[in-house]
Ligand binder design. Structure first.
Ligand code: CS2
Length: 476
């Protein structure tokens, strides 16, 4: 019996494109989204990606052993289809900051794209950049030592600022920084964080960045669950080669982009990406309706004993809470071009794709940062119209109950959450709300509203509970 070959370029005939994109955050989402769009751009063969991992080298080592190639398993409700993606020309351990500096300072490099997670931008509970946030203070000490200590920055943005300094030194010209994280105004957030770090380190670099770096905002979308051993086995059975790093995604994908690319970009629009002047309405639609519902399901669903998004959506209590939140959010998405009813309908179908085992625990991480963007804007907009905002408050209440049920959360504020959990009753709710947004816990009405909704998603709750009636209005 002949051995199963390992995926590689000779096997596929896919050439390696020259690197013109540097990416930070080599995870499954980058591979199912930007790497796919780049492969499908008409001029894709001219645009290779050098992708750096975040904290661990594993993903880079595994991909490098396959010449950067991986299989995208597109998983619909009816079956799987397989495609080899070849746009990642180089996969690098993120700790290799020397390589990052070399790549970013190459004149051919046109952009740095980011999927570094929302929490990595170092926003404080008022949404402002905090140079004292964990990690940044250490990076600034390392940067101030100018490498004399032999150490390198450890955060993605610390590494990027070091690499931008190399580009300035090399006089390699302007460049775009493109955030692909789920933050509203992500280009502007990236600008504030990168400028904040640069200003704290070297004023001349900050000036250079101000004049040479274009910060592009994007709204990204493709549901990408974690790859399992069964997925790896399925690729081998169906494709006849061994791939240690396939990625699974739903058929749907979307990319809305706004900003300038001073050194060009792939023709992503050939693959369906949309270039717009005003990205905010698209971003709000995606962040509130998709990501907001995801967070609500992540906490409510797990409290109810569910594991995946599809399972949680089947639960009437969770589904009603989602619909109530969507009703509220839709009030603040008035543009007809956003086609909200159709968008909602499509989301129900996407979430309901039970062949995509999208784990609620994966979505539940970093809640303090995510809820700031997913629940609070709708809550504030509702309250400014004199309405209760109970649908959005429900998301906060579910997170607060989830925080009580899980001793150690994966969250940039996990320690403070642990401390706040030590308080009781309204004080506890207020302390936790203050971590999502400083001052929110001082708003007595909001605290009372959220506290009144806590307990809604207990395992034995039914749709006839008072809180459920309060949010849905459809069961009363
Ligand atoms: C999810 C997102 O984990 C999460 O917070 O809400 O990763 C979501 O699956 C993507 O934004 C879909 O495009």
């Amino acid at each position: 019996m002949s051995a199963v070959p390992v995926l590689n370029r000779a096997l596929t005939g896919l050439p390696k494109a020259p690197v013109r994109i540097v990416h930070l955050g080599l995870g499954a989402f980058h591979r199912s989204h930007e790497a796919w769009y780049t492969q499908h751009a008409g001029d894709g063969p001219e645009w290779g990606i050098a992708a750096f991992t975040g904290r661990r080298p594993d993903a880079a080592l595994a991909l490098a052993a396959q010449d950067g190639l991986f299989t995208l398993i597109e998983r619909s409700g009816n079956g799987d289809s397989f495609e080899i993606i070849g746009s990642v020309s180089e996969a690098v351990d993120g700790a290799d900051v020397g390589r990052l500096r070399d790549m970013v300072s190459a004149p051919e490099t046109a952009m740095v794209t980011l999927t570094i997670t929302e929490a990595a931008y170092g926003l404080d509970s008022n949404g402002r950049f905090d140079a004292g946030a964990p990690g940044f203070a250490g990076d600034l000490t390392v940067l101030a030592g100018d490498g004399g200590t032999g150490e390198s920055p450890a955060t993605p943005l610390g590494r990027l600022v070091s690499a931008l300094a190399a580009r300035k030194e090399a006089a390699a010209g302007p460049i775009a920084v493109v955030s692909c994280d789920n933050l509203s105004g992500n280009g502007e957030v990236a600008r504030r964080s990168i400028m904040g770090l640069a200003e704290a380190w070297d004023g001349e670099l900050a000036q250079w960045i101000g004049a040479n770096v274009s910060f592009v905002s994007t709204s990204v979308d493709r549901i990408t669950p974690r790859t399992t051993d069964a997925d790896i086995a399925r690729v081998q059975d169906s494709c006849g080669y061994r791939d240690t790093s396939p990625v699974v995604a739903e058929p749907f994908r979307d990319w809305v982009i706004s900003g300038n690319f001073p050194k060009g970009r792939p023709r992503w629009e050939d693959a369906g990406a949309v270039l717009v002047d005003d990205i905010e309405p698209y971003e709000n639609r995606k962040l509130w309706l998709l990501n907001g519902a995801h967070s609500l399901l992540a906490y409510a669903g797990q409290l109810r004993g569910h594991t995946t998004v599809a399972e949680a959506l089947e639960d009437r209590l969770c589904r009603d809470a989602v619909e109530a939140f969507w009703d509220e959010a839709a009030q603040h998405l008035p543009d007809e071009n956003l086609h909200i009813p159709e968008y909602r309908e499509a989301l129900v179908a996407r979430f309901g794709n039970a062949r995509i085992a999208h784990h609620l625990s994966q979505i539940a991480v970093d809640g303090s940062t995510k809820l700031r963007m997913r629940a609070l804007p709708v809550l504030a907009a509702e309250r400014s119209r004199g309405r209760s905002g109970a649908g959005s408050a429900m998301m906060l209440a579910a997170w607060i109950d989830y925080a009580a049920a899980n001793e150690k959360l994966q969250d940039p504020l996990s320690e403070a959450i642990g401390a706040a959990n030590g308080a009781h009753g309204l004080d506890r709710v207020a302390a936790l709300l203050n971590l999502v947004s400083h001052g929110l816990g001082d708003d007595e009405q909001t605290v009372a509203l959220v506290a009144g909704l806590c307990g809604t998603f207990s395992k034995n709750a039914t749709t006839t509970t008072t809180a459920a009636r309060l949010i849905s209005g459809r069961n009363s």
